[in-house]
Design a protein around this ligand. Structure first.
Ligand SMILES: Cc1cc2nc3c(=O)[nH]c(=O)nc-3n(C[C@H](O)[C@H](O)[C@H](O)COP(=O)(O)OP(=O)(O)OC[C@H]3O[C@@H](n4cnc5c(N)ncnc54)[C@H](O)[C@@H]3O)c2cc1C
Length: 491
């Protein structure tokens, strides 16, 4: 757990030029030698080369700041991760962030600027729940009924709305900041649905619908956030039109990284951060050595799930530490399966993007804009199912995935070739999926985003549009803007 500033013996700030050589080794290697004697007062260090850190560093660089970007992994992009291995025929799959919504303006702006095409993704067309098959068309027309008690005809997502209508109306009448509305943050989605008279089936359906998107469980999600998202017309549903960057989402982080060139340093995890009103010193691991990098300011663009274990001296404010330590994160796993033929395109197929309550939850044809005959079925599962699969080894995960696909498409086993799994909660540089609004966390985002002395904060967990690529960029641009505003104190 990250330390509270007040619980620490305040340590003397390690001066930029005078390093504690007993603790840290310095060798005449390129990276170490760049920083060991530097006293560059204008330098800004951005930590974390996900879309938040990359956009922040790129924009700072464009605005003439002396920026360096430090990354723990050997690649840029963080949770944007396009796998090209182990697939055949140049197929690829998004094992992290996938969909770009039409309202994701920052992603669209960068794509336009860097000449990247966003192509529409497949929309839901099949449903497989409680062992029963139906189609979205059938649900829309009323021909198929969802086997969930209390569900309305004609739709899949949004079944919970009928049970929370009075709170939606309350927001409209009294406004978001009224105490009655704000009090909803103290209860969970599960609590409010029960209060509104929703049967258990509706809570279960919510688990497979919106809670799966949030990678969370209804008992931990804030009722306030759910009610507010339903006061907007753009709440996620089977009708949402989503896109993906043609050729792989990783092209966006790679392009930003290319623009930054040698200003990005890979394989250098931040271990410790010392700061005072004059500046910061970041201590990073380079191979087995520790290297100190002094700078005027710093942007922490790493997930709170990682930041909470970084040694910060002299700590942050109590409210910041509380948020870093307690920010809720979900669980997510993706499994990509390569098949020799695209049997899901056959006439008798359940569909090409199937909503399920199986351990795989969502199963869909990923490679719609890649040439066949081979193809990739991708599954996105989260919450309790991701946790359960996460306890198994990769072979068992893949066996369950194949068996589930056989239930959806009986001919699937004939065409199986290979598969790959990414469980984000076992990734050492995030240990989670993405943040969600937990019960009692209504003020977290704002507190997490607030600068402390020379330290600025970015990352999807600090963004209005949390849990998205767009939110990550939004946060990077916000941090850049705040640094720019304080420019007079830097140069
Ligand atoms: C399975 C999954 C599906 C998703 N689907 C979508 C989707 O469909 N659409 C969408 O918009 N978003 C989606 N997201 C969310 C999206 O990926 C994230 O919101 C966004 O990419 C986060 O960017 P970031 O820069 O905040 O964090 P990250 O991408 O996590 O970047 C943080 C960086 O910091 C680095 N780092 C960590 N610790 C250290 C350290 N100690 N020192 C130095 N560097 C460090 C990490 O290696 C990483 O590169 C999905 C995410 C997951 C996991």
């Amino acid at each position: 757990m990250i330390k509270n500033k007040n619980q620490l013996t305040r340590r003397t700030f390690i001066k930029k030029a005078g390093l504690t050589t007993s603790l840290f080794s310095f060798y005449p290697l390129p990276f170490s030698s760049i920083f060991s004697n530097s006293t560059d007062d204008k330098r800004i260090i951005v930590i974390g080369a996900g879309l938040a850190g990359l956009s922040c560093a790129y924009e700072l660089d464009q605005a003439g700041f002396n920026v360096i970007l430090i990354e723990a992994r050997s690649r840029p992009g963080g949770r944007v991760s396009t796998y090209r291995e182990p697939f055949s025929d140049n197929l690829y799959s998004e094992m992290g962030a996938e969909y770009v919504d039409s309202s994701d303006m920052y992603v669209h702006e960068y794509c336009k600027k860097f000449d990247l095409k966003v192509l529409p993704a497949k929309q839901y067309d099949g449903v497989y729940v409680k062992g029963q098959t139906s189609t979205i068309k059938g649900l829309r027309s009323g021909r198929d009924l969802l086997p969930f008690k209390g569900a309305l005809e004609g739709k899949l997502f949004g079944q919970e709305v009928q049970y929370i209508q009075k709170w939606i109306d309350l927001v409209k009448q009294k406004g978001i900041s009224s105490p009655e509305v704000q009090a909803l943050d103290k209860i969970s989605v599960e609590d409010i649905l029960k209060k509104g008279g929703a049967p258990k089936d509706i809570i279960d359906l919510y688990t497979y619908a919106n809670a799966t998107e949030a990678t969370a469980v209804p008992s931990k999600m804030s009722a306030l956030y759910m009610v507010l998202s339903n006061t907007r017309t753009s709440n996620f549903s089977e009708n949402t039109v989503e896109g993906r960057i043609f050729g792989g989402n990783d092209q966006l982080p790679k392009t930003l990284a290319k623009k930054l060139g040698t200003k990005i340093m890979y394989n250098k995890p931040l271990q410790r951060l010392d700061y005072d009103s004059n500046g910061i010193t970041a201590t990073v691991k380079e191979n087995k050595r520790l290297v100190q990098i002094p700078a005027k300011k710093c942007v922490l663009a790493i997930p709170a799930s990682i930041l909470k274990n970084i040694d910060i001296n002299p700590g942050f404010s109590i409210e910041k530490i509380n948020c870093i330590n307690n920010q809720q994160y979900g669980h997510a796993m993706k499994i990509a399966m390569q098949y020799r033929q695209r049997f899901w395109d056959n006439n008798n197929s359940i569909g090409q993007r199937v909503f399920t309550d199986t351990p795989l939850r969502r199963v869909y044809h990923f490679s719609i804009d890649q040439p066949g005959p081979r193809g990739i079925l991708l599954s996105f599962t989260s919450g309790e199912d991701a946790i359960k699969l996460g306890r198994l080894d990769n072979n068992k995960r893949l066996n369950i995935a194949q068996n589930t696909c056989r239930n959806l498409w009986p001919e699937a086993p004939k065409f199986w070739e290979k598969g790959v799994v990414k469980y984000w909660n076992e990734d050492p540089w995030v240990k989670a999926s993405y943040s969600f609004a937990g019960v009692g966390q209504k003020d977290f985002r704002e507190i997490l985003a607030k600068p402390e002395g020379p330290i600025f904060f970015a990352g999807e967990h600090t963004a209005f549009q949390r849990a998205s690529m767009n939110g990550a960029i939004e946060s990077g641009l916000r941090a850049k803007g705040r640094i720019e505003k304080s420019r007079d104190t830097i140069i």
